[in-house]
Write a protein that binds this ligand. Structure first.
Ligand SMILES: [Zn+2]
Length: 351
């Protein structure tokens, strides 16, 4: 009898602890729902308030060679982070690497010439976790390497269903060849960014209009083709003037099967803006356009469900959220001119 009782007690205990676990998981589910938006809000405040969240100075025993800032310290898919490198001592061969790719470095638009920046673009299909940014440089003592962690946050995107002309979802055989040719042509344009930064003012939106579809939206076209939205859509009636987001050189200006009439602007150092579905193109390839210049008129050409402007931003080969690019890059113009930063976290330095 006693044994039976203690057995029952034992079962009860397991049951209780299972209940507690269940409670814990329910609590965890709630926490997981609440924490990402809170973190996102915090990040927005950090970026908006122009505060660096990662800052460090690195060097050898006899002094500091480089001062680094990563803005922001954590980024979600589709975001752009800025690595700022202030050179304090004579160094050479500075190399910034992300995903095994060399990131173009160029002069900060507002600071001294010895302050360089590079963009870290987070692809849409990245997994949450920590990724490593590599930095290498050379001085009188030899080669140096250091790594900086970048937290990748997950982000939930809404989904939408669109109805477009069926031939733009299942292209006719004659169009398949055209699509292939055009995607190769676009790739060539993106691979040939001018090395220097062509802009020295903040970026602007290409028009004043409501956002009708944000970056990242998961899409189902005509009930069968799954894709994601690689840019941002603005409400724009056919004929609405579209302005260059910043100074750049026209990389492409023509009609493409999916994008319709498109203009691609090269702003230098791996940064491009694209303007799709235009009813009219007002620029020609190779021409320099100024920020705010009309590059064409909004329309409904290519694969669309109605007139609008699709605005895209490509950074170092990655489609990023154009509105996040605006926020992060424009914060460069509001920063303190000295670039002084407290050491908040020592990076891992290997010699
Ligand atoms: Zn779009």
């Amino acid at each position: 009898m006693n044994r039976k009782k203690s057995g029952l007690f034992f079962v009860n205990k397991i049951y209780l602890s299972a209940l507690q676990n269940l409670k814990f998981y329910r609590l965890w589910a709630v926490v997981r729902k609440i924490v990402p938006p809170v973190l996102a809000g915090f990040l927005a405040i950090v970026v908006w308030g122009k505060l660096p969240v990662f800052a460090a100075t690195v060097g050898t025993e006899d002094g500091l060679a480089l001062a680094l800032r990563l803005i922001p310290e954590a980024a979600a898919v589709g975001d752009v982070a800025v690595m700022e490198i202030a050179i304090r001592q004579p160094v050479s061969d500075i190399q910034l690497r992300f995903h095994d790719t060399l990131i173009p470095l160029f002069e900060h638009p507002r600071k001294d010439r010895d302050v360089l920046i590079g963009f870290i673009a987070i692809p849409y299909h990245s997994n949450p976790g920590t990724e490593i940014i590599g930095l290498g440089w050379r001085d009188g003592k030899g080669n140096h390497e250091l790594t900086v962690p970048l937290k990748i946050l997950s982000r939930r995107f809404k989904s939408e269903k669109l109805q477009v002309t069926p031939s733009r979802v299942t292209p006719a055989p004659k169009d398949v060849e055209r699509i292939k040719r055009e995607s190769e042509e676009v790739r060539t344009v993106y691979a040939a960014s001018r090395p220097q930064r062509l802009w020295d003012e903040p970026f602007r939106r290409p028009l004043n209009g409501l956002v009708t579809s944000p970056y990242g939206t998961r899409r189902l076209l005509n009930g069968k083709l799954k894709s994601y939205h690689g840019g941002v859509d603005f409400r724009a009636a056919t004929g609405t003037p579209i302005y260059a987001a910043n100074t750049g050189i026209v990389g492409l200006a023509k009609n493409l099967f999916y994008s319709g009439n498109i203009v691609i602007l090269d702003h230098g150092s791996g940064l491009f803006t694209t303007y799709a579905h235009l009813s009219r193109i007002d620029v020609t390839p190779g021409r320099l356009v100024e920020k705010g210049q009309v590059i064409g008129l909004a329309g409904a050409t290519g694969r669309v469900s109605g007139p609008h402007l699709h605005w895209g931003v490509k950074v170092n080969g990655v489609n990023v959220n154009p509105l996040h690019m605006l926020q992060t890059l424009n914060s460069l113009f509001a920063m303190d001119a000295t670039g002084t930063a407290e050491v908040s976290q020592p990076p891992v330095v290997r010699k």
